[in-house]
Design a protein around this ligand. Structure first.
Ligand code: NI
Length: 231
């Protein structure tokens, strides 16, 4: 399932990030790739432990924490500190599946790194489609190939189990933030059903208010989360 989360960042937040990233240090993106994906990865990234990257990453985490659609779609237990990448003309990322486990480096003195199981992958677009040609995120699932190119500030969530690639940029530059989510609900089918149920209940609430039936369905939703979630 591909889920679009519109307007995670406002236009002014996007402008602020782009201003900071314009003067950031950019290194070869293979720094964070696994062995298979390193052979097909051609892009640039901001090193994950630079203060600039961490400050921008924290802004994104704060925005996600207030985003009901993101929380409902992911039921996030942990979110990987957001990373930043960039594709200039000729750059791309060939077909790969993301690593199952990611380590979050401990900040000084906090001991062992934290492990995140990557249940969902996220791309937050920081450049608009008109600013570059190519550069589509192409995600393959059981329903076929899906090409994604969103306006700046919008985010796409997709299953981390899926094969995906980024098409070659042929003009301009494509900037984005990317990260992974470990969900409290590991089973993808269960997680998707909970999202559909929550979305339907929220829509119904808007139409009819908190009727006894809506309260009952909301209770059912929470009881299913209780049954399936590991917190
Ligand atoms: Ni990937």
């Amino acid at each position: 399932m591909l889920i679009r989360i519109p307007a995670v960042l406002s236009a002014s937040q996007v402008a602020h990030m782009r201003g900071q990233l314009a003067s950031a240090e950019w290194v070869d993106g293979r720094a964070t790739a696994g062995a298979q994906s390193a052979s097909t990865k051609r892009n640039l990234q901001v090193p994950e432990d630079t203060p600039a990257a961490r400050a921008l990453g924290d802004m994104i985490l704060a925005a996600l924490g207030q985003n009901e659609r993101f929380m409902s779609a992911t039921l996030a237990l942990r979110v990987f500190p957001p990373l930043f990448n960039r594709y200039d003309p000729g750059m791309n990322f060939g077909a790969h599946v993301d690593n199952a486990i990611r380590l979050v480096k401990p900040s000084l003195g906090t001991g062992a790194p934290i492990r995140i199981r990557t249940d969902m992958s996220a791309t937050l677009f920081l450049t608009d489609p008109g600013e570059y040609d190519g550069g589509e995120l192409v995600v393959e699932d059981t329903f076929g190939s899906h090409s994604v190119k969103l306006v700046a500030g919008d985010l796409v969530l997709y299953s981390a189990t899926s094969r995906h690639h980024v098409a070659t940029v042929t003009r301009g530059s494509r900037w984005s933030s990317f990260f992974w989510i470990q969900s409290m609900v590991r089973d993808e089918a269960a997680r998707n059903m909970l999202f559909d149920l929550d979305t339907a209940i929220q829509g119904l609430r808007k139409q009819v208010g908190d009727t006894a039936q809506v309260v009952s369905l909301t209770g059912l939703y929470h009881n299913l989360v209780r049954r399936w979630a590991e917190a």
